[in-house]
Design a protein around this ligand. Structure first.
Ligand SMILES: [Zn+2]
Length: 236
């Protein structure tokens, strides 16, 4: 297991840590600020440095409960104290993008009654699929306007850990199928955007929707009956 600092504080850019294991092109640490790829959010990139060396981290993935930092050079050996630093500009853009997607899911649900069926994100751009029979020609513009209005409210984003039983009983969480999480997930990590959206989520988010900035809907397309795709981009 790795202590994952980003799950409680997404704004941490670096930490001291000790190498637990090295090999297989990657390093596991006792603690890290790196986010491991998952839930549609890419893994972090950055660097590890130590007395006498450094290496670039090209991706971060989860392996057997630990966070594996994939590296492109010579690895520090087990027991080495290191400094682990994420590529902050990229991560912060991912935080803004991830929060934008949660607000998008909320406005499409409240405005059009459509549930999310899938999604994916890169820094500054993302797509989301909705369970929606049809969409009007100006669906994209309408969603863009609702999204802008919701973001401008500068709603606070809070991360909390709820006992599983409490999460299962929370009416706001039922829509996002918290019951489908494996039984071993307890407590459940909840990302709450005050008055907008509340769901079980493992990702990193900004502290308030005002930090997201301007979001454009850059495309809508039908992916078959009852499934519509929307693409968004953050500007600036
Ligand atoms: Zn999410």
């Amino acid at each position: 297991m790795t202590e994952e600092l980003a799950l409680r504080d997404a704004y941490l850019r670096e930490t001291g840590a000790v190498v637990v294991e090295a090999g297989d092109g990657g390093v596991t640490l006792d603690r890290t600020v790196f986010y491991a790829r998952g839930g549609g959010q890419p893994g972090d990139t950055g660097s590890l440095s130590w007395d006498g060396g450094s290496v670039q981290v090209t991706d971060t993935v989860r392996r057997e409960g630990a966070v594996l930092h994939l590296c492109d050079g010579a690895l520090p050996s087990a027991g080495t104290p290191v400094r682990a630093c994420i590529d902050w500009d990229r991560r912060y853009l991912l935080m803004r993008t991830h929060t934008a997607l949660h607000v998008l899911s909320a406005v499409v649900w409240s405005g059009f009654g459509a549930k999310v069926t899938g999604g994916n994100m890169e820094p500054g751009r993302a797509r989301m699929d909705f369970e929606l029979a049809g969409m009007s020609a100006d669906f994209g513009r309408e969603v863009e306007a609702r999204l802008a209005a919701a973001l401008a409210g500068n709603h606070t984003v809070t991360v909390m850990f709820l006992p599983r039983s409490q999460a299962l009983a929370d009416p706001d969480l039922i829509r996002t199928k918290v019951s489908l999480l494996p039984g071993s997930v307890d407590p459940v990590r909840i990302v709450d955007i005050a008055g907008i959206d509340r769901q079980a989520d493992g990702g990193t988010h900004v502290a308030s929707t005002g930090e997201v900035g301007e979001v454009r809907v850059v495309g809508t397309e039908s992916k078959g009956r009852g499934n519509k795709r929307m693409r968004i981009e953050l500007t600036g």
